[in-house]
Design a protein around this ligand. Structure first.
Ligand SMILES: Nc1nc2c(ncn2[C@@H]2O[C@H](COP(=O)(O)OP(=O)(O)OP(=O)(O)O)[C@@H](O)[C@H]2O)c(=O)[nH]1
Ligand SMILES: [Mg+2]
Length: 450
């Protein structure tokens, strides 16, 4: 699917003045507000650094939301002073700002200072890093959806003077949203078709999902076979064979598929984009390749960082389960980074899983993806939960049976016993593949009977 020149106009860039890739040594002040507790700025600071900002100050407030500035007026004024004193390039808010708050803050802070909320910050990270076609379109769609109400707000405020100009921007954004949605739908259809083809070929599909930095890519490396298949998933292929690992939020920005062998079965493992708290649902939905890879898998591994403190662990697990919805396959919880915690802490994390996830989860497995401990057990359990069927055939030892056996070896697991001029075959694979084997074998038998 090629972009036609007519749909090439990227209105999203026309509505923003900041380019996250432009200067790496940008400085920012982070602002966090929480109604119930003293805000923790760890995650917003890590997001800031992933987006290329050096954090020079943090302003926190325990308070309910203020309609005008989100934080209270006094805090907003303090922020304006600190920005002026430090010369910070941006104020990063660890909340979602309404379009009204955004424009009120613009009026209060020194000119040229970027005001960026949590959503926008995550989008900036993705915009800089997303490489694949679907990922780029998804980021664009998320940005357009984010910007639409803000441009509308501006249109309403400046209605008298600039109605024509801003009005056309709203129309541009809306039309681009429809175009991008259509393209993404087509890509999603193709991804669906590809998954169906892979299943017909006898592959089991396993997805690795979880909060950002939980260790998903490390686990992919641990479980994957050394070599990936040629021509696999051309749009998302891990062509250089690396899903990069780093102690940084949102290291992986495209889904990556690798081959693995589990219990003698041929599995396609898909590493997905990390999840994060505080992103609204329609925005999460824009990252549809991640969500559909998980929703449509035969088994999903939800990786959680067991070395997070109990409350952090609970929160990230809750967010992950929430955003993933109900995958069609079995859901296994991987308590990763088990090397960093003692048995007592692991037991406590298990309890949290029980409380938060309850009967949605098939099994909870402590693993260290880094050290490789617990992965044998994980493989066993994955092997057990994948859909499986077995059929037994007694066939004449003919050329046709040999072709059937060649097909069977490519699509599942085969055990063949030769006695006299007969072959006794036990064939195990996905149920639909076993059904096909039955009809193929029936023709072999019938031909012999003639
Ligand atoms: N100690 C320890 N560290 C781990 C383990 N697994 C992963 N890590 C570290 O955790 C950090 C994040 O690992 P990644 O595999 O990049 O995590 P991810 O979930 O793919 O992260 P994103 O792609 O950013 O969402 C890296 O520094 C890893 O080395 C583990 O079992 N034990
Ligand atoms: Mg990763």
């Amino acid at each position: 699917m090629q972009d036609s020149p007519a749909t090439q106009t990227d209105v999203s860039t026309a509505t923003t003045d900041d380019d996250p890739a432009a200067d790496a040594d940008r400085t920012a002040i982070v602002v966090a507000r929480d109604a119930d507790q003293q805000p923790d700025t760890t995650e917003i600071e890590r997001l800031a650094s992933a987006a290329g900002y050096a954090v020079v100050d943090a302003i926190t407030q325990r308070r309910r939301e203020d309609g005008q500035y989100n934080v209270g007026r006094g805090k907003a004024e303090e922020l304006a002073r600190r920005v002026a004193e430090t010369g910070a390039d941006a104020a990063l808010f660890d909340v979602e700002l309404t379009p009204g708050q955004y424009s009120a803050l613009t009026g209060l802070l020194p000119d040229g200072v970027r005001i960026i909320d949590r959503h926008r910050l995550v989008l900036d990270i993705f915009e800089t890093g997303a490489g694949g076609k679907a990922a780029r379109l998804q980021v664009e769609l998320a940005k357009l959806r984010y910007e639409l109400p803000r441009v509308r707000e501006t249109e309403e405020r400046t209605h008298m003077q600039r109605a024509a100009e801003t009005g056309s921007r709203v129309v541009d954004i809306e039309s681009r949203i429809r175009t991008v949605e259509t393209k993404l739908d087509r890509l999603a259809d193709r991804a669906n078709e590809r998954r169906a083809e892979r299943r017909e070929q006898g592959f089991d599909l396993v997805a690795i999902a979880g909060y950002t930095n939980a260790g998903k890519s490390t686990l992919l490396h641990r479980l994957a076979d050394d070599l990936s298949v040629e021509g696999m998933e051309p749009d998302h292929a891990d062509l250089d064979g690396v899903a990069e690992v780093e102690d940084r939020l949102f290291k992986t920005l495209d889904t990556t598929t690798r081959r693995a062998t589990v219990d003698g079965r041929r599995v396609l493992l898909t590493d997905t984009v990390g999840l994060v708290d505080g992103i609204p649902h329609d925005l999460v939905a824009a990252f549809s390749t991640t969500l559909s890879a998980v929703a449509d898998s035969d088994a999903a591994l939800l990786v959680v960082d067991a070395s997070d403190d109990r409350e952090g662990f609970r929160e990230k697990l809750r967010v992950s389960l929430d955003e993933l919805g109900h995958p069609r396959g079995e859901l296994l919880i991987v308590l990763n980074k088990a090397d960093l915690v003692d048995d007592g802490a692991l037991a406590a994390r298990r309890e949290v899983v029980e409380e938060v996830a309850g009967d949605r989860v098939t099994e909870v497995l402590p693993v260290s993806a880094l050290a490789g401990t617990g992965t044998d057990r994980l493989r066993d359990v994955v092997g057990d939960v994948l859909p499986d069927a077995t059929a037994v055939f007694d066939l004449p030892n003919t050329g046709e049976t040999q072709s059937f056996l060649a097909w069977a070896h490519e699509h599942g697991r085969v055990d063949a016993d030769y006695t006299g001029n007969r072959v006794h075959v036990t064939f195990s694979a996905r149920p639909a593949v076993v059904e096909r084997a039955r009809s193929e074998a029936a023709t072999v038998e019938t031909d012999d009977g003639v």
